[in-house]
Design a protein around this ligand. Structure first.
Ligand code: SF4
Length: 243
C-alpha cells in the first residue's frame, strides 16, 4: 500500500486561495503572506517556478531527477476555481514526469472528477489527499472522493477540530493513509489527545496506516494544555503513545 511520501521538492504553480470551511480559518498561506505584506486572497500563477518539474540543467537533463516527489500546490488548492485556466498546463507537466511522484492536498474534492484529464492512465504517479477538519467536512468531502477511481486516496484530518468518525470511509478499503495534524500559526485552536487517539484506533481497526504529523501550538493531554513551539510540534507528535 502506498504511503504519504516525505516532503521532497515543493512545486507551487499558483499562489493564494479562497477560504471554504472552518479548517481554513487560520490558513498558513494567509498568515505567511500577511507577514510579507501580501494578501493571500489575491491569486496568481507563479512565474519562475511554474515549470519547475520540467526545468533542465545546462546539460539538458531534468534538474530534479527521477524519483523526486513534488509536493504540489501547497500555497493554494490545486482544484481552486480561479486556477481552472492554468491547470491543464500543470497536468501536462505531470504527464511529462512519469518518473516522479506528485502529491497534493485539496479541500475541493467535489471538483476532481470534472477537472481530471481524460487520459487517467498517465496519472498513476499522482497521490491526492483530502483535508477534513471535522465530521461535517468529512461527510461532505469523502464519499465523492473515495468513489472516484484514483491510484492513491489520502485523508488529512487537519487541523483536527473534533473527534471525527472515519469508519464508514475506512471500511471501503480505498484509503491508503490517514494523517492527523494539529493547528499551528496565529490563532491556532486546541488539539486534543482524545480526538487524535480516536482516529488512531479507527485506523488500527481497519488496518489503515496512521500518521500523526504535528501536535499544533496547543496540545491538550492529561487535563492540561501544553504550549508547543512550532519547531517542536513534529518531534513531540512522534513521541505520543496512543495504545
Ligand atoms: S483550502 Fe487550504 S490553502 Fe485554501 S484557504 Fe483553505 S486552508 Fe488555505
Amino acid at each position: 500500500m502506498r504511503m504519504l511520501p516525505n516532503a521532497d521538492v515543493y512545486w507551487n504553480p499558483w499562489h493564494g486561495c479562497r477560504k471554504v470551511s472552518e479548517g481554513c480559518k487560520n490558513c498558513y498561506v494567509y498568515f505567511l503572506d500577511r507577514r510579507y505584506g501580501r494578501d493571500a486572497s489575491v491569486i496568481f500563477r507563479t512565474k519562475t517556478v511554474f515549470n519547475l518539474p520540467i526545468t533542465r540543467t545546462r546539460e539538458g537533463v531534468f534538474k530534479h531527477p527521477k524519483g523526486t516527489t513534488f509536493m504540489t500546490c501547497f500555497n493554494s488548492d490545486f482544484f481552486l476555481e480561479d486556477a481552472d485556466p492554468w491547470r491543464p498546463e500543470a497536468w501536462d507537466i505531470m504527464r511529462q514526469r512519469q518518473d516522479c511522484a506528485f502529491f497534493l492536498m485539496t479541500k475541493r474534492p467535489e471538483r476532481i472528477a470534472q477537472n481530471f484529464p481524460e487520459d487517467r492512465e498517465h496519472f498513476q504517479h499522482l497521490m491526492i489527499g483530502v483535508s477534513t477538519e471535522n465530521q461535517a467536512a468529512a461527510d461532505r468531502r469523502l464519499p465523492g472522493f473515495l468513489s472516484f477511481d484514483l491510484p492513491y486516496h489520502g485523508i488529512m484530518v487537519g487541523p483536527i477540530l473534533e473527534t471525527v468518525d472515519l469508519r464508514p470511509y475506512l471500511a471501503t478499503g480505498k484509503v491508503n493513509q490517514v494523517t492527523v495534524s494539529g493547528e499551528s500559526y496565529e490563532g491556532a485552536r486546541v488539539t486534543r489527545y482524545d480526538d487524535v487517539r480516536s482516529i488512531y484506533l479507527q485506523c488500527k481497526e481497519f488496518n489503515v496506516p496512521f500518521h500523526f504529523l504535528q501536535t499544533g501550538n496547543l496540545w491538550f493531554q492529561d487535563g492540561e494544555i501544553h504550549h508547543v513551539a512550532r519547531a517542536k510540534q513534529r518531534s513531540l507528535a512522534k513521541t505520543i503513545v496512543f495504545e
